[in-house]
Structure formats: C-alpha cells, structure tokens
Design a protein around this ligand. Structure first.
Ligand SMILES: [Zn+2]
Length: 139
C-alpha cells in the first residue's frame, strides 16, 4: 500500500501536465514499513531519454544519487518512481514492468490532452506488476 502526502501528489500531477506531451518522471521520497510505503515528498528529475521522451522515460543515475542524498538529509529513502503516460492509460507497459525493482512503488499518471486524468500505483509481485491501493494524507 502507498500512502502519499496530498501536497506531494498534487506536485507530481502538476509536473505531469507541465511536461506533456512528454513523459514526466521523478522519485518518491519516504519511508518503508513492511507492506506500507509512505511518501512525504517528490524529487523531480529530467527525462533523460535521448529520443523517445513521448513514450519512454529514463532517470540519469546522477539524478538518482542526488535524490538519494536529498532523501537522507531528511531521514528518508527512495521508495518509488513516478512517471506519466501522455495520451495513454495509467497501466504499466511491459517495458515498465521489466525494469521495475521489488519493494518499490510505481505511480503512473495518465495525461490526456495535457490534463492529468487518473493515476494508479503498482508494485512487483514476483516479476509481475499488481496494483496497490493509494491513500493520501495531510494537505
Ligand atoms: Zn510507462
């Protein structure tokens, strides 16, 4: 299950709209406790994919490390990744599934014609994605 601070969710949805028609991406900073990951903030990363930003995203390892440092500063860790699907549903692609890591949450935002219309979160069960519940908290 994913618990996410309302302001962090609003921020990543706004980022997904801003980056349309390209895929947005970034990292979820929070804490992991058993089956529950709690997100307190996001770390926006540029889409480092060189030529398919409309349907692929890539996070530069240097940005990943910077996010890790930022998380540590606040006593947090990276608990997941978010990205958007411009003009596509919020379901993971096979490519998304293949490169996912266990014990992480993957939020996918569907952006239709520039509007973030829906979002869902996914986690690996074995080597397959299953949807997980998202709860918001705070403001
Ligand atoms: Zn995707």
């Amino acid at each position: 299950m994913l618990r996410i601070k309302k302001s962090a969710l609003d921020k990543l949805l706004a980022q997904a709209e801003k980056d349309y028609p390209y895929e947005t991406c970034g990292l979820l900073l929070g804490k992991s406790q058993g089956e529950v990951r709690t997100v307190f903030g996001i770390y926006e990363t540029p889409n480092a994919n060189p030529d398919r930003k409309n349907d692929r995203y890539e996070i530069d390892p240097k940005d990943y490390m910077k996010a890790e440092d930022k998380a540590r500063e606040f006593g947090l860790e990276i608990v997941g990744v978010y990205h958007s699907h411009p003009d596509h549903p919020d379901r993971p692609s096979q490519f998304d599934e293949e490169r996912a890591f266990p014990d992480m949450s993957y939020i996918i935002v569907s952006v239709q014609k520039g509007k973030a219309v829906s979002y869902r979160s996914w986690e690996l069960e074995g080597d397959k994605f299953k949807e997980e519940e998202i709860l918001t908290f705070g403001f």
